[in-house]
Write a protein that binds this ligand. Sequence first.
Ligand SMILES: CNc1nc2c(CC[C@H]3O[C@@H](OC)[C@@H]4OC(C)(C)O[C@@H]43)c3nc(N)[nH]c(=O)c3cc2[nH]1
Length: 379
Amino acid sequence: MTPDTPADTFSFTLSATDGAARTGYVSTPRGRIRTPAFMPVGTVATVKGLYFDQVRAAGADIVLGNTYHLMLRPGAERVAKLGGLHTFMRWDGPILTDSGGFQVMSLSSLRKMSEQGVTFRSHVDGAYHEMSPERSVEIQGLLGADIQMQLDECVRLPCTDEEAERAMRLSLRWAERSKRAFETQPKGRAIFGIVQGGAVPALRVESARALADMDFPGYSIGGLAVGEPQEVMLAMIETVAPHLPTNKPRYLMGVGTPDDLLESVARGIDMFDCVMPTRSGRHALAFTRFGRINLKNARHAEDPRPLDEESDCPALRDYSRAYLHHLVRCEEMLGAMLISWANIHYYQQLMAGARAAIAAGRYADYVAQTKEGWARGDL
Ligand SMILES: CNc1nc2c(CC[C@H]3O[C@@H](OC)[C@@H]4OC(C)(C)O[C@@H]43)c3nc(N)[nH]c(=O)c3cc2[nH]1
């Protein structure tokens, strides 16, 4: 809890802008989130391969929990009985949870969609579950999430305009129901509306305007990072951003690569989540100031240099590429742990640099210099 955050409020403060890029902070009862922010994904109550003190030390102000996975195992009621997600996983900062709709569509089998909600079978034990806007909010409340998501329907791209329109309108009706169900939750928590509409600009604008009229405390842009090219994703952000209130945070769901983050910040995005840093860490791929380094590659076998000797992160500064390559070759878990740690730190440092650059009015230079570093590679 930072001293000047009142006990029970959620708010967003814009400190500076540079073109469409913004920097500021979200205040929650559990502390502030400096924006632009990258939120490490803690799908089943863990940021895979890291201790939470490493996550905090890397600069993360907030982590994500995953409603779909946690409701199946260990169960939302059980997490509540154990004191909620913060106590369960020993993370005392803000937690954001997704509503679970996306995973239901992508992970579960035998699902049936209706106006009421989605019934589906668990991919864990085959049990039947019903996920409605009301139940999703109830689960996120049981988990104790500080920032919650409405239940929505995310269509895969490419899809027909009719399919995008149907899912967008359903998501708007579910936005109303989610927001109403959320009113019983303790003060200081927030629920975000999620903009849908596929890759159809008119649908995206209609969704954004309708959600803005509902006066949510924050807004997610959903339905992207689902297989579309980066230029389609960026075009949709440019379409949507002008129709969202400037004094509320914007969260681009499931994004992305370092390049995606820089380009999306330039278009007005404040918050990101992606499994990329830890998933790549488990696949020997390191993100650094010099671009991507695949530690499976034999060229590292005798390289005594660390990934980045100027970093203040031990995983980037203290271990030779030869050692990381060795761990990866031997499929030692420490390999995945160190590269995941390095990647989480790199993503945090990328956002910290963005915040400083926007505040100094030199974001375009920051992007250009960062990309030059990636292109130069690790000579
Ligand atoms: C990867 N691309 C991507 N992810 C998306 C998500 C979040 C999906 C969740 O599943 C995991 O990502 C695979 C993450 O675990 C947390 C972080 C808990 O949440 C993430 C979305 N969620 C909702 N509700 N609606 C969307 O339109 C949507 C679109 C996305 N595009």
